[in-house]
Design a protein around this ligand. Structure first.
Ligand code: HEC
Ligand code: HEC
Length: 495
């Protein structure tokens, strides 16, 4: 189906802009004064790069094979959005919020990007484009990691670049975040959803046994205790650890704040490119085809397009473990306590993985529109009982990592990160949330807080045991040639 972007009447806009351009009253003001946005010149009316559109009805119709659903998501992931697609947003200086997506200025009034608080890329693959950094040159791969220049600076108001405070470092009150890969995401999401279901059942159990502390253990991971108070009708969550009080496991983002990759993507498309998904508008009580970001383009990303993006992002090859000559490294990994957080394998109860829309975080069984078998390619997870083994090396839980790794947003999670999944770690330098560690050894030495003891145990190992541990980590590889099965590039970019 060919289905074009719906826009505000361009002729009217063109007339208005031409009138404005010839009006002396709106000549550009000085740099420090109020700024008139650079008008989009109608003769350069940009054509969209998303040349055809996917609705949710098409996704659920069964007309598209799973391969084609994935390929459509791959197209969304790799399309450089331009202004005809809805890249960017209008900026209202009178709106008190100048930092949230939907109302951000552009740098030096360039009219296109901001760079230091999003509006920083045209496509997902700009940042997720390196499959392996373990070779020179690096191996390109859609869905991979990014280096320091692709690390967004999220939400800063102040960056003390010249250390005017003279405190010995450049203060920064935003987040600097290095892009991780999205390989194997279906396995991670499936494990997370099963854990959520378990925890919701434990919460119910607490409700049925008022006053009795119920221990929140799922798949061997301990999230503390919850108690129900029947007289107040409230849960006491002061004993809940490493997870939000709603007991929803959120494996995605380095902070552990998104329950699915789709949930992450809803923020990502807006933050990076000003592409507003219809479902975000709907969740704000607006019509899905509203022009929420005021850039003159509506239907920037349809529900069906977010679905295929989700399907592509989830259904990719998974990282794998290469051969190792000795068990010493793995043994040292376990004996130093790394495996307490970096749990080598979490197993699902079912090999069926479901996609839902609208998704309900506390109820993964709601609104399922597609089910896939995780044992099938390209995911190819190994069967374990009625489920699959996901060798992710993580516990999907947040931990306090100490002051050294602490961020400075002033928020409650500044010291906390979800345990980094170590699968694929041989290929994904630089390491840690902001990419500060160029080597595995540096990444381990930066561990503090709850991981301080394991870090000290690593330092106390004999040099040969330490090297064996690092060699073991170097067997954890990203998939070879990921996502190369979609055929030749589509020759229709409207530059
Ligand atoms: C400017 C660079 C950049 C661009 C462009 C970008 N990402 Fe990311 N991506 C990141 C960073 C950084 C993170 C880690 C975010 C965090 O920890 O909060 C991330 C994380 C993710 C995650 C979560 C992965 C995980 O395991 O936690 C997903 C899914 C994702 N990105 C999808 C996308 C999609 C889809 C797009 C395109 C709409 C996109 N990204 C565009 C930098 C980028
Ligand atoms: C208390 C839980 C915990 C323990 C114990 C722990 N880690 Fe970590 N590890 C984390 C968290 C959380 C992160 C993410 C920190 C960040 O991004 O700043 C991490 C990050 C890493 C990274 C970087 C991953 C990446 O993709 O950037 C490596 C490598 C690593 N850990 C190895 C180890 C090793 C080896 C040990 C044992 C000596 C260990 N960890 C012990 C929680 C832990």
């Amino acid at each position: 189906m060919k289905d074009h972007h719906f826009r505000v009447p361009l002729a009217a806009l063109a007339l208005l802009l031409v009138a404005l351009m010839f009006s002396p009253a709106v000549a550009q003001t000085s740099l420090s004064g109020p700024i008139t946005p650079v008008p989009v010149i109608p003769i350069c009316d940009p054509s969209p790069n998303l040349i055809y559109r996917i609705t949710q009805a098409q996704v659920t119709s069964g007309q598209l094979t799973l391969f084609n659903l994935r390929k459509e998501g791959f197209r969304i992931f790799t399309t450089p959005f331009n202004k005809g697609d809805g890249f960017g947003e209008s900026y209202d200086v009178n709106n008190p919020d100048h930092t949230s997506p939907g109302n951000r200025p552009t740098l030096q009034n360039n009219g296109t990007f901001l760079r230091v608080n999003g509006l920083d890329a045209q496509s997902c693959v700009e940042c997720h484009g390196v499959a392996s950094n373990a070779s020179i040159p690096a191996a390109f791969g859609v869905g991979g990691v990014g280096g320091i220049s692709t690390s967004p600076l999220a939400g800063p108001q102040n960056i003390d670049v010249d250390d005017s405070a003279n405190n010995g470092f450049a203060f920064f009150d935003g987040r600097l975040i290095n892009p991780p890969f999205i390989f194997g995401a279906a396995g991670v999401e499936a494990v997370g959803k099963e854990m959520t279901t378990d925890l919701q059942n434990l919460k119910l159990q607490a409700m049925l046994n008022p006053g009795v502390p119920v221990s929140l253990v799922t798949k061997g991971v301990n999230f503390g205790v919850i108690v129900y108070n029947s007289s107040t009708g409230l849960f006491n969550t002061s004993g809940v650890v490493g997870i939000d009080d709603d007991l929803v496991v959120r494996p995605f983002s380095r902070k552990g704040i998104n329950h699915t990759t789709r949930d992450f993507d809803r923020g990502a498309t807006q933050f990076h490119s000003g592409m507003q998904p219809a479902e975000v508008l709907i969740s704000q009580g607006l019509p899905g085809n509203a022009d929420g970001d005021g850039d003159g383009v509506v239907n920037e990303l349809l529900i069906g397009e977010m679905s295929v993006l989700h399907i592509f992002s989830n259904l990719q090859p998974k990282p794998f473990v290469g051969p190792s000559t000795t068990p010493d490294g793995y043994n040292a990994f376990v004996s130093t306590g790394c495996a307490e957080c970096h749990i080598p394998v979490l197993t699902t109860d079912s090999y069926i993985h479901n996609f839902s829309y609208p998704d309900v975080p506390t109820d993964p069984s709601a609104n399922i529109y597609l089910s896939v078998d995780l044992r099938n390619p390209p995911m190819s997870f190994q069967q374990a009982g009625n489920g699959v083994a996901v060798a992710l090396f993580a516990d999907l839980k947040r931990h306090d990592m100490g002051v050294g790794l602490m961020e400075s947003t002033g928020g409650p999670l500044d010291r906390e990160f979800t345990t980094a999944r170590l699968w694929g770690i041989a290929d994904t330098a630089p390491y840690l949330h902001d990419g500060r560690a160029f080597t595995l050894c540096e990444a381990i030495l930066a561990h503090g807080g709850e991981a301080q003891n394991a870090r000290n145990a690593f330092v106390a190992l004999s040099p040969s045991a330490r090297n064996a541990l690092l060699d073991f980590l170097r067997t954890l590889r990203t998939p070879l040639n990921p996502n190369q099965g979609f055929g030749p590039p589509i020759p229709n970019v409207n530059n």
